[in-house]
Design a protein around this ligand. Structure first.
Ligand code: NAD
Length: 293
C-alpha cells in the first residue's frame, strides 16, 4: 500500500485515482472544483480541502491538470511541502519545455520526477488500460512503474526528462495529419463516385492503412464503432486534437524542426474549432472538406 496524493480529479484524474483506490492504495485527492472532489470521494478517494492537506504523509504525488502553467504552479507548491525523495508524477498533456522545467524544479528539491502523459481517453482511464509514455531517470521510472501498471496496460520509458511529452505530441501530430489525409481521400472518392465501403476495403488493407481509417474511420458504415456512426460524439474531441497540434508546433518552433504538415493540420483544426466544432469528435472535420468549394 502506497500513500498517494492525487491532484486534479477531472475526467481523466477521477477514474485514474479510483483505480489506485481499488488496487488498495491510500489516495488523498485535491481539486479546485468541489463537485469533482465530491465525485472522487464516492469512489473512495479521501478529499482534502487544501493542497497541503492532500500532501501530508504522501509518498507519491500524481498531477492530472489541464496545461503546463497549472502543472508548474502546483508543482511549485508541492515541492515546497514534501520531503526529499518523494516521487512526483505528472500525467497531464503539456508542452515539453514546461515538463523539463518541472523536472528541474523537482531535482533542485531532491525529489524523483516523471512526466507520464497518457493515451486511451476517459474509457481507458476508467478501464485501467491507458498507455503511459514516461520521461525521467531510470530510478524514477522504476519507482513509478507499479503504480502506472494499476492505471494502464502499456508503460513505455521513452527517455529522460520531457521524453514522455515529446512522444505524446509526436504521436498525436501523426494522428492529426493522418485523419486529415483520410478525410480528404473519402471526399475525393465521393466526388469520383466511389462508395465508402469500396474505398475502405481497399485502403484499410493497402498502403493507405492507418488508425484513422482502420479504427476511427471518419464516415459511417465501414467501422461500426467509429464516432462517425454516432453523430461524431467523441471519442477524441477536436478541441483536444487542436491543443496537441499546437503543443507540437510550439515544440517544433523551440527545437527548430520543420513540420509543414503539422502546421497545416493545426490551422485546419483551429478553423474547425472556430466554426463551433470543438466538442465534436476530431474525425468530423471531414464535413469541412465536403463543404469547401
Ligand atoms: P479536466 O478539465 O476534466 O480535469 C482537470 C482538473 O484539474 C479539473 O477538475 C480542474 O478543476 C483541476 N484543476 C485545475 N487547476 C487545478 C489546481 N491548481 N489545483 C487542483 N486542481 C486543479 O481535464 P481532463 O480531461 O481530465 O484532462 C487532464 C489532462 O489529461 C489534460 O492535460 C488533457 O490534455 C490530458 N488528456 C485528456 C484526455 C481525455 O480524453 N480527456 C486524454 C489524454 C490526455
Amino acid at each position: 500500500m502506497t500513500r498517494i496524493a492525487f491532484i486534479g480529479l477531472g475526467n481523466m484524474g477521477g477514474p485514474m485515482a479510483a483505480n489506485l483506490v481499488k488496487a488498495g492504495h491510500a489516495v488523498t485527492g485535491f481539486d479546485l472544483s468541489h463537485d469533482v472532489l465530491k465525485a472522487a470521494e464516492a469512489s473512495g478517494v479521501k478529499p482534502a480541502s487544501v493542497l497541503t492537506e492532500a500532501l501530508a504523509d504522501a509518498e507519491v504525488v500524481v498531477t492530472m491538470l489541464p496545461k503546463g502553467q497549472h502543472v508548474l504552479t502546483v508543482w511549485t507548491d508541492v515541492l515546497r511541502s514534501v520531503p526529499k525523495g518523494t516521487l512526483v508524477i505528472d500525467s497531464s498533456t503539456i508542452d515539453v519545455d514546461s515538463a523539463r522545467k518541472a523536472h528541474a524544479m523537482a531535482s533542485d528539491a531532491g525529489c524523483l520526477s516523471l512526466d507520464a502523459p497518457v493515451s486511451g481517453g476517459t474509457g481507458g482511464a476508467a478501464a485501467g488500460t491507458l498507455t503511459f509514455m514516461a520521461g525521467g531517470s531510470a530510478e524514477s521510472f522504476a519507482a513509478a512503474k507499479p503504480l502506472l501498471e494499476v492505471m494502464g496496460k502499456k508503460i513505455v520509458h521513452c527517455g529522460d526528462a520531457g521524453a514522455g511529452q515529446a512522444a505524446k505530441i509526436c504521436n498525436n501530430m501523426i494522428l492529426g495529419i493522418s485523419m486529415i489525409g483520410v478525410c480528404e481521400a473519402f471526399v475525393l472518392g465521393e466526388k469520383l463516385g466511389l462508395s465508402h465501403q469500396a474505398l475502405f476495403d481497399v485502403a484499410s488493407t493497402s498502403s493507405g492503412q492507418c488508425w484513422s481509417i482502420n479504427t476511427h474511420c471518419p464516415v459511417p458504415g465501414p467501422v461500426p464503432t467509429s464516432p462517425a456512426n454516432n453523430d461524431y460524439k467523441p471519442g477524441f474531441a477536436a478541441a483536444l486534437m487542436l491543443k496537441d497540434l499546437r503543443l507540437s508546433q510550439e515544440a517544433a518552433l523551440s527545437s527548430g524542426a520543420s513540420t509543414p504538415l503539422g502546421a497545416e493540420a493545426a490551422q485546419l483544426y483551429a478553423l474547425f474549432e472556430k466554426l463551433g466544432n470543438g466538442g465534436r469528435d476530431f474525425s468530423a472535420i471531414i464535413e469541412m472538406f465536403r463543404e469547401a468549394k
